[in-house]
Design a protein around this ligand. Sequence first.
Ligand code: UDP
Length: 316
Amino acid sequence: MKNKTVVVTGGAGFLGSHLCDYFVRRENKVFCVDNLVTGNIKNIQHLLKINNFDFIKHDISKPIKINAKVGYILHFASPASPIDYLKLPIPTLKVGSLGTYNSLGLAKANKAKFLLASTSEVYGDPLVHPQKETYWGNVNPIGPRGVYDEAKRFAEAITMAYHRYHKINTSIIRIFNTYGPRMRIDDGRVVPNFIYQILHKKPLTIYGNGNQTRSFCYYADLIDGIIRLLKSDLHNPVNIGNPDEFTMLEFAKLIQEVSGTKVKLVYKPLPEDDPKKRKPDITIARKLLRWEPKTKLSEGIKVTIDWFKENNYGKK
Ligand code: UDP
């Protein structure tokens, strides 16, 4: 990967900015493409003055030209939290479809390696547990989450088509719930919501009865998985996530223990089509990428709470 130019779409977002850091540290030339709709310039502020880093404010749903020979394209642009894609349904559909098409066009023109950030949402509200990559999913195409799920399913389809038809070297990562520094405190997801509530001694909002499950992966483990997949020749989708599964009630208990702050619970309605269970089967990542997550949820959550405190992100 040495000396290659890297394009990260969504490079000012939570995961995208950590990827920019990774490549800048390794002295790759990095182009960060982001329209800042859900990304935050603060995430890349420290990189703006660095020579081998260029920020291009651009919506990747529109075609792009890069004046350099590109070696790697990591397509991470998209609203990614349920409240974001409910607020931005059409940009979400566009970036998953047209944005992926434009990014693949760039890969084709440069004969670059292309990595698509896909999602566990392609499994919808899964009827198979844990989810293996061979499961086709249970998605409501016209429900509120359909704009994200179907855009990412289309993104996977067009990526495989470019691989098969144009012989582009592509990989697809299916990312399960990930958390850590640089998440937005107001992105509506359970980790920042609970941290905000803990920091302000407000009750934790439990949607539904709290028995739905998720498996949370620390961002640094995820970045390691992304890089291993990028270096591999695996073209079929690979799940990357932490298989330790928690109910939201268990998670509410854990976050109170880690922070040493006890608050009440309040119950709110369960959002439409909220998946009841989610846990990745990571056999492929374990065997073929020699990857598995290392960070315990309690450790990662502690670091994340401290980061929100230090960065004054505790304010919305
Ligand atoms: N959730 C919750 N309270 C909150 C926010 C979310 O109980 O304040 C639940 C939500 O209903 C879902 C789970 O936490 O079952 C994870 O939600 P999130 O929005 O983080 O991501 P998702 O996995 O649904 O995309």
